[in-house]
Design a protein around this ligand. Structure first.
Ligand code: 3PG
Length: 209
């Protein structure tokens, strides 16, 4: 496991963040630290993503800041230039994977079937996002995929919430569980940092319990 993977494994959770205003990144990063989850996957779903990554990485350096929804090479470049320490994609895009490896930045592409896993293994990757987790068969599907692919560490995201977190928490081949439920968009926009810190703490507690 790389240092980055070890950090994700130790925390066990990856908040998937969409921010509208990069000015919120410092407050959000601080709330994540207070909530016991010093990790963020800031998604390229808004124009604020790159500046948000840059701000969080600089202002709250204890947070491991990565980029999500990186669907092409240009976004990967923007993310890495902004200081993203890992890159996550919803699918497996060889151009994104090649670029990240050239830049020595860990990349976690998304897959949800055996063919996708084989393509990723061919590219030398064993840590993969399982997306969209719930719609693709959820915890049962990960258990089924882990049988022929014991070398793969999965990061499931998509449709995970406090209701089904426990189903995923028990699976040994899972590196960390991702989701937006810990950082609701409305809470970010209204700068409800105590609420976000509380959601993170609850998630940590249910994962450990
Ligand atoms: C992702 O990009 O990982 C997902 O959109 C997060 O899914 P969620 O909003 O259902 O947690």
């Amino acid at each position: 496991m790389t240092d980055m993977e070890q950090q994700l494994f130790t925390t066990g959770l990856v908040p998937v963040v969409t921010i509208q205003d990069a000015g919120d990144a410092k407050g959000l990063g601080t709330a994540l630290v207070r909530g016991g989850i010093p990790v963020a996957e800031i998604t390229f779903r808004t124009p604020a993503a790159a500046d948000g990554i840059r701000t969080m990485a600089q202002e709250v350096p204890e947070v491991l800041v990565g980029a999500g929804t990186v669907i092409n090479r240009d976004l990967a470049k923007q993310a890495i230039q902004a200081g993203a320490r890992f890159i996550v994609s919803p699918g497996f895009n060889p151009r994104v994977v090649d670029y990240c490896r050239e830049q020595n930045v860990p990349v976690i592409p998304g897959i949800n079937n055996p063919g996708g896993i084989e393509a990723a293994l061919e590219a030398g990757l064993t840590t993969l996002k399982f997306f969209p987790a719930e719609a693709s068969g959820g915890a049962a599907m990960i258990k089924a995929l882990a049988a022929p692919f014991p070398q793969v560490r999965f990061m499931p995201t998509g449709g995970i919430s406090p209701k089904n977190l426990g189903d995923y928490a028990k699976i040994p081949s899972i590196l960390a569980i991702g989701g937006s439920w810990m950082v609701p968009g409305k809470a970010v926009e209204s700068r409800s940092w105590d609420e976000i810190a509380g959601l993170c703490r609850e998630a940590r507690t249910s994962l450990q319990g």
